[in-house]
Design a protein around this ligand. Structure first.
Ligand code: NZQ
Ligand code: ZN
Length: 391
């Protein structure tokens, strides 16, 4: 195991009706003027926004609102939010929504207290200072409710890039599984896929003897395999929603990723797809992961065979472990299809003729230097081949 530090100070409030306590947590964490940031219409339609506003009123906390965050959130609204927060002297940002809303909130939080262009953080600069952010989560997926990360797309060039820093870990996150019951099955499934991707990206490591985190990841993958289809089939299954919601947080606050190298090639390869085609991140990952895994499998066949046996119930073929590895990847692919995820470029809305453009932005755009350096180093030729495998 490698040396590590781990700082995860988010206060979690989990369970039914907990959104009504948002105001008291804003107060507890020092907010005296709040920006409520939200997405399209879902939080308004469900009455959630009203409940959150009432909770602020109850504490006599003044607030302003900024809605309109799109899935795969854009830089334009972030600049708008930064101006607004400075003008209105906002000192706390309350994100009401999914990963896109939370990530946009984190970007505004960092940008408001920074002298330069907030995009510097999405070009590699560590976020060391930000306004405090609290979240009321409405979809189990990105894990942004407990992560030090934010992903934003810059309209100019359509670069989808991440920024990181403990300063943007939420001060508190309210996780009420009931709020996810209004999700359409497709979004539920896309979230399940993203959660499983966060686990696989950590499982694919070059660090030896990391049994504790391996076992944690396997347990969470098994949970998703069992609970995921229940929530897709019955959106009102509270217990399945609750298990998925907590698994989604644990999958990405990095408790499963400490002390080991991680992959993230699948995420980088997918981010170009959701940037160009505006598809759901999880749907993009469903098409990306089986292709990446099959392409890199021989780098450490036993690692793929291990997850095949421990999670997907495959029989170990000791003479030909590559068969077991491949069987596990296929079982994962079939699982994703069974919950309603797309299986190829066509179903995702991606186009073969765009592959050179995808590869160029992926490998060379926004400061990249020709390759991805995850579990396996992938150059332009490798990435081209991987995108071709998705056709
Ligand atoms: O905008 P509204 O109307 O709210 O609709 C949203 C949106 O259309 C809808 N939705 C959310 N909660 C709902 C609901 N509809 C009905 N009922 C509810 N309770 O779902 C759609 C998707 O929402 P979004 O926030 O985009 O989903 P998700 O949480 O999957 O976030 C995706 C973004 O997070 C990034 C992705 O790249 C993508 O941009 N990621 C962020 C990470 C992080 N910060 O740590 C890590 C991830 O790997 C990921 O890259
Ligand atoms: Zn993800």
């Amino acid at each position: 195991m490698e040396n590590f530090t781990f700082y995860s100070p988010t206060f979690f409030v989990f369970g039914k009706q907990t959104e009504n306590e948002a105001g008291s947590y804003v107060k507890q964490f020092g907010g005296s003027k709040v920006l409520i940031h939200y997405g399209g219409n879902s939080a308004k339609r469900s009455g959630l926004l009203d409940r959150v506003i009432n909770s602020l009123k109850k504490e006599n906390i003044p607030y302003i609102e900024l809605g309109g965050v799109k899935p795969n959130p854009r830089s334009g609204l972030v600049y708008e939010g930064i101006d607004l927060c400075r003008r209105e002297k906002v000192d706390f940002i309350l994100a009401v929504g999914g990963g896109s809303v939370i990530d946009s909130s984190k970007a505004i939080a960092a940008g408001t207290v920074y002298d330069g262009d907030f995009w510097d953080f999405y070009s590699g600069k560590l976020i060391e200072k930000a306004l405090p952010v609290g979240t009321v989560l409405t979809i189990s997926a990105a894990g942004s409710e407990g992560s030090p990360d934010s992903v934003i797309t810059k309209e100019e060039g359509m670069f989808k890039r991440g920024a990181t820093g403990n300063a943007i870990r939420p001060k508190f996150s309210i996780l009420n599984p009931e709020l996810t019951q209004t999700l359409p099955p497709f979004q539920t499934a896309a979230g399940i896929t993203d959660i499983m991707a966060h686990l696989y990206e950590r499982y694919l490591t070059n660090t030896k003897d990391v049994e504790v985190t391996d076992r944690l990841i396997e347990a969470l993958l098994l949970t998703m395999k069992q609970e995921g289809p229940k929530a897709v089939k019955d959106p009102n299954n509270y217990e399945a929603r609750a298990n998925i919601m907590w698994a989604g947080m644990m999958a990405h606050n990095n408790s499963c990723g400490v002390g080991r190298s991680q992959d993230w090639n699948s995420h980088d390869i997918e981010h170009e797809l959701s940037a160009l085609y505006d598809c759901a991140h999880g749907a993009g990952l469903a098409v990306t992961m089986p292709a990446v895994f099959t392409y890199v499998m021989n780098h450490d066949v036993m690692r793929f065979a291990k997850v095949a046996v421990r999670v997907w119930g495959c029989q170990m073929d000791f003479d030909h472990p590559e068969n077991t590895a491949l069987e596990g990847i296929e079982a994962f692919r079939h699982f994703l299809i069974s919950i309603g995820m797309p299986k190829n470029f066509d179903e995702l809305g991606a186009k073969e003729e765009d592959i050179p453009k995808l590869v160029d932005v992926l490998c060379n755009g926004n400061g990249r230097t020709g390759s991805l350096n995850g579990f396996v180093k992938l150059d332009e030729k490798d990435c081209t081949e991987i995108y071709r495998m998705m056709i």
